[in-house]
Design a protein around this ligand. Sequence first.
Ligand SMILES: [Zn+2]
Length: 465
Amino acid sequence: MSKILIKAKFTLTEKNNEQVVLKDSYVGITDDKITYVGNEKPSGYEDAILLDRPYGFVIPGLIDLHYHSDSPANKGFCEDCGTVKMDGSILYEYLTAIYSATTEEEWKKIANLTFLEMICGGITTCVEFNSYYPEKMAELLGECGLRGYIAPETNSLDGFPYSPDGEHVIIEHKKDKDMFKKLERNCDLIEKYNGTCDDRIRVTLGPTEPPACRPELLKEVRKLSATYKVPITMHAAETKIEREYIKNEYGKDSIFYLYENGIVGPDVILAHTVYANEEEKKLLAETKTNVAHCPSVFVIRGRYMKSLQHYTDLGINVGIGTDTFPQDMIREMRVATSMSKVADNDFRSAKSELLIKCATKNGAKALNRDDIGCIKVGAKADIAIVDMCDFNTVPVRDPVRVLISCGTSHNVTDTIVNGKILMENKIVKSINKEQVCKEALVATETIWSRIPNLNKLSPLSVNIE
Ligand SMILES: [Zn+2]
């Protein structure tokens, strides 16, 4: 039996199912579960590992509801850039260039950097959409200690969609039985990896995005969800190109296309939905479909959700995802609150109490879990500790508001997943930080060197001589 006792200034716990901050608090952990939360020092933890954090803020481990493990390869490549005639999207020229130039071995080095960054930033659960190397992903998640959901790439596509001219997209589908090959593989992966590594690894059904999935495939995904009882994760209402394609092919808007083919409901997480119209938003609410909101990746393209507050007022369960670099959920919470205020032209929009809930409890709800995203007795010991005595965090009248308005992932000192300490006092235990950074640097430089029109696609901001 292993025990940990955390003594800290503040703990974000729960009272009557509502989040509340406990001052001068203790959190006890036994094996993989939280076994004590309170103001009094508990007995029975005399031999426990003590994490004494006089200015620490203990929060539920953050749930990154949507990310891509290869995102760091786009760092410094796709900001300030995009395909003008495609509403600024980077999907069909920029990301296609990166994907085509990346080997499995290089991806692995970059994915390790992503996991390192997550551990350093207090993320304890991560949900990867459209995973190209799911077997490797299960292996890496197993090694690094994070709790991870893997959505293997599943679609009816024949190759990557791409744009030959920066204006049109070529999307080719496989026919007949071939259309279901990736879905069959998705099912094999569920059988092989779901529930492995002490149940830290889960596998979802992962149809990529509406234009990539023919109706026959989506209907089969819905059938299989009943067989496997796993969530369905998918991109939706993400780009103008997607909207036009679905309208032209099927005569309706994206969310209605998904509705018609069964891909809505409490077991479905749709990433983005920023292009959804009011009718589609109402449909999301009526069907209790979850949304993964990833504000930064849209803001850098000049786009934003209208608005996070509006979505939650409609009754939609919204969690937060990073989807890009840096994998910093604290930054995402700040951008989400800021953009909701801009969208509504109202300072009361998407306050701190909503954002912290989105990044913890709502993420857990989207995954149909009540044992993560919260600090209460009986829950999984998935916890982050933030140092609130740093130049950007003092003074601390309101720790939740200060965390969201001023914090960064660098303020996180400790990360615990399933009762195991992955980072203690800023020392990462499950990943060799220096080695991973160096390997990722070499891997990405090699990938970029293979893109012939690199500097044309993405001119340097300031020339390097
Ligand atoms: Zn995505």
